[in-house]
Design a protein around this ligand. Structure first.
Ligand SMILES: [Fe+2]
Length: 143
């Protein structure tokens, strides 16, 4: 895939991921009394597949291209390795979070609301940090 197309796909994926982070933040802010159960069910269904799809694109197409563009940069292997590691962590986290969102969406009574809010915040904060780091690298090496 040409670099221009990779970049278009990358920035579109980041916009979608950030929109999902905003939705998760809205859910966290709505706890415990103003929860929109429909939004929880939607986020529960969208979360894991979207994260996996973005990661697959990055690891199979984007990172190999970045590795070439970063040749001569001593920390490049480490940087890409760290991003891959974060993908793994976020995928595990996303599965767990989907379950919690499903419980919220189904209106389960015995939910630990504080733990769920903490989990939501931990996730979208980690994803936003990851995205910022990734965008910085992509911008630096594709110009
Ligand atoms: Fe990523």
């Amino acid at each position: 895939m040409p670099v221009a197309d990779l970049l278009t796909t990358f920035f579109k994926a980041k916009t979608d991921q950030l929109a999902l982070c905003d939705q998760l933040e809205e859910i966290a802010d709505s706890l415990p009394d103003r929860v929109n159960r429909q939004k929880c069910l939607y986020a529960a269904a969208a979360l894991a597949p979207m994260i996996r799809k973005v990661h697959q694109f990055e690891e199979e197409l984007l990172f190999p291209k970045l590795a070439v563009l970063m040749i001569g940069e001593p920390t490049s292997a480490k940087t890409l390795e760290r991003l891959r590691f974060e993908h793994c962590e976020d995928e595990c986290f996303a599965e767990e979070l989907s379950e919690a969102l499903l419980d919220l969406g189904r209106g389960r009574e015995d939910i630990n609301v504080e733990a769920t809010a903490y989990m939501l915040r931990g996730f979208f904060e980690a994803v936003r940090r990851h995205i910022a780091a990734e965008q910085e690298i992509v911008q630096r090496y594709t110009h």
